[in-house]
Design a binder for this molecule. Structure first.
Ligand code: AMP
Length: 226
């Protein structure tokens, strides 16, 4: 089973790249945020528990998150492996994942960090507009609407999300960068980390990401489980 962990700050393009890479490698794209949202929408007990944390912008407790993730890994479409997006978010989660995988004779194949300088992230997020009706995403520079201030698809007004304003973006980044660097350090120590430049075009990032994963696939196959 191949387990590829995609790491990066908010705004690095992680979601886009994770979906592409998973399709490219024939792996399942597993985003823990999406899993939680699906549980909330389905009204499961896990969804009710997670919602309180999500509404407050806090992390859902590790034990609950890990259990949900491991259940997802056991589904048939994940048999060949997964691209993880949004997990692990903390050092404790990274260690717990290693332990759980180790018990099954598995290990993380590759962890790739999409690096983007903070100023670029702030500019990217501040450039994002969403439509009021359905949340369709636009960007003033990269994907402008046909009519200024209006959604191409439903004509509703385009607004900036409160949490995409520069001062809020900086606060959000500051909160997330500490735990992210702990996770990065963890994978640097275990020898599966690669870093790629996330300021390039989507195509160039996708190529760099694929090359980074390919460079580790052979390496981990020969390594004994830790
Ligand atoms: P996201 O879509 O990745 O921003 O995740 C949305 C929310 O789901 C987060 O704000 C957390 O409350 C929760 N969440 C997602 N992934 C994790 C994780 N690895 N650990 C704990 N909570 C998570």
């Amino acid at each position: 089973m191949r387990i590829v962990v995609l790491l990066g700050p908010p705004g690095a393009g992680k979601g886009t790249q994770a979906a592409r890479l998973a399709a490219d490698l024939g792996l399942a794209h597993v985003a823990t945020g999406d899993l939680f949202r699906a549980h909330v929408a389905a009204g499961t007990e896990l969804g009710r528990l997670a919602k309180d944390y999500m509404d407050r912008g806090q992390l859902v407790p590790d034990a609950v998150t890990l259990e949900m993730l491991l259940a997802r890994l056991a589904e048939p479409d994940a048999a060949a492996g997964v691209v993880l997006d949004g997990f692990p978010r903390t050092r404790a989660q990274a260690e717990a994942l290693d332990r759980a995988l180790g018990e099954r004779g598995e290990q993380v194949t590759a962890a790739v960090l999409i690096e983007v300088p903070e100023e670029v992230l702030v500019a990217r997020l501040a450039d994002r507009w969403i439509c009021e009706a359905a949340g369709h995403i636009y960007s003033r520079s990269a994907r402008p609407p046909r009519v200024e201030g209006r959604c191409d698809l439903d004509g509703s007004p385009l607004v900036q999300r409160a949490d995409d304003r520069p001062e809020t973006v900086r606060a959000r980044l500051a909160q997330q960068l500490g735990p992210l660097s702990d996770v990065v350090d963890h994978y640097a120590r275990t020898g599966v980390l690669r870093r790629i430049d996330g300021t390039q075009s989507i195509e160039a990032v996708a190529r760099a990401l694929r090359a980074a994963v390919d460079s580790l696939v052979g390496a981990t196959a020969d390594r004994p489980n830790r």
